[in-house]
Design a binder for this molecule. Sequence first.
Ligand SMILES: [Zn+2]
Length: 225
Amino acid sequence: MNVALTFDAEHPDQMVADPVGNAVAILDQLRSSDVQATFFVTGVWAKSYPCLVARIVEEGHLLGSHGFWHCPFGNLTHEAMRLDLERSRETLVDVSGVDPHHWFRLPQGQGVYDATIRHAVEAEGFHHVHWDSGAEDWRPGIRPLDLTRQILSAVETSQITSQVVLLHSWPEPTPNVVSSIIASLQGAHTFVRLDELRPEEVPYWATRSRQDGSDNREMVIKNES
Ligand SMILES: [Zn+2]
């Protein structure tokens, strides 16, 4: 199976001891294991930590947008969504020299089933990438062991050929979880960037159909890069 680790890089929405250190620890883990992943970075985070964004690119990870402010898109007008997406792209290009192309993840995943939001996002050339497992490393009190088991179980029981794992740049358990997942899966499975998956393996927008092994996604990706 192809396992795509994805990290949403954003400012924490709760107190954590060292959010930047956790991002560094994640990058260290990936580098020492020779694993490439995908980072969805907010514009604000990119402006705050340009050296980390440069490191993400230099070490071979795929860079995507996570919006500029990390404001949930359900709270934004169409024009505000457009401006947020435009500014996020410009910021990532300014900071890293790399265009995120269509790679995008909705802040908090909000709006994944909302046609108005989808149209606004696609009008700016982005497509939301959803996920198959993970996603709750931010939950207060969650234990790294429990999260690791949940992700490993999802990989082992999956009926599909790829597994997109969502983690975040700042929660304290995440570096531990990354280390355990890689140690458990490397060799038997292949870690890939999202752009190394076949287009039909990427969970663009709604993913409910993936859970039963069917696939009714109608996405056709243009301008693949
Ligand atoms: Zn986020």
